[in-house]
Design a protein around this ligand. Sequence first.
Ligand code: UDP
Ligand code: MG
Length: 324
Amino acid sequence: MTQPDLSIVIPMYHEERNVPALMERLLNVLRALDATWEVVCVNDGSKDRTAELVRAAQRQESRIVLVDFARNFGQHAAVTAGFAHARGAFIITLDADLQNPPEEIPNLFAQWRLGHDLVNTIRRDRQDTWFRKTASKITNQMVRKMSGIKLNDFGCMLRGYSAEVARQIVRCRESKTFIPALATFFARSPVEIQVGHADRAEGESKYPLHKLLALQLDLITNFSVYPLRLLFAVGMGFAALGVVLGLVLIIGRIIGGDSWSNNGTLTVLGFLLIFCGSQFFAFGLLGEYIGRIFQQVRLREPWVVRAVERVGEADEHPVIESGR
Ligand code: UDP
Ligand code: MG
């Protein structure tokens, strides 16, 4: 089995309206490329005709591989599974909705040929809602500060990874991860280039607000313990405030006598509430980290594949393989 130069990994969730146009544009680009290649489509538990349409494309082009998930495991699990099944020396990930133009592939590949083992991207003229762009800007900045990973754009999924970097990511076995940030940890010689960005061609974004928030939280808590340090500082602040308040009460009691301290009861209650509130906040944040440790020690499968379908290597009995 010879190793192709390039693998394209595409996570797909309910993308039946995009698959035909995506395949056409993608294959045009790849056929013009001076390299050997394969396309690994990961169907992330779509209930529409996504897998069927990939199979139809596969009948025309045998270099297409379908990795069919048993159910929906999320974009990052799908990309990681794609890495696990990709055989190329360089792997490019792409969204299925044509927001990442396949025409940029040669530019990413050229960077690999120049010796970079990770090609990061910044979206030029990003075509998303104002809300998404602002949320991204804030998270990008926070993550940059907290994690020390100096990337301008963490969110763009049009990226290139050497097989080695991809292997490291697969080996991490993190059930909740954020691939671009993780890849930057492993890269020897990363580079960041500008790429085009378009509106989603068809269908709706698969990230409603709650999923988006969960993703941003993953990105922040997975790559930094800064929130815990912040908690420490907040705790210190409140403790200092408590000491000052105690002193004021004692001095007030000495100078003003009994009546003064009685009148202060409500103030004490107020501060007590602040303390309780801050403690709850602290528990919530600690809980978030403990939840992650819990998930990790349970060693749960990050994904379950129903079948891998390659032309010429059809499996009579589909492999039931799991991510771990
Ligand atoms: N996706 C996936 N599993 C999911 C959600 C999304 O495989 O649970 C895929 C989706 O099909 C697309 C890519 O991840 O190819 C990015 O999703 P989307 O375009 O909805 O995200 P947005 O561009 O709105 O951030
Ligand atoms: Mg999209």
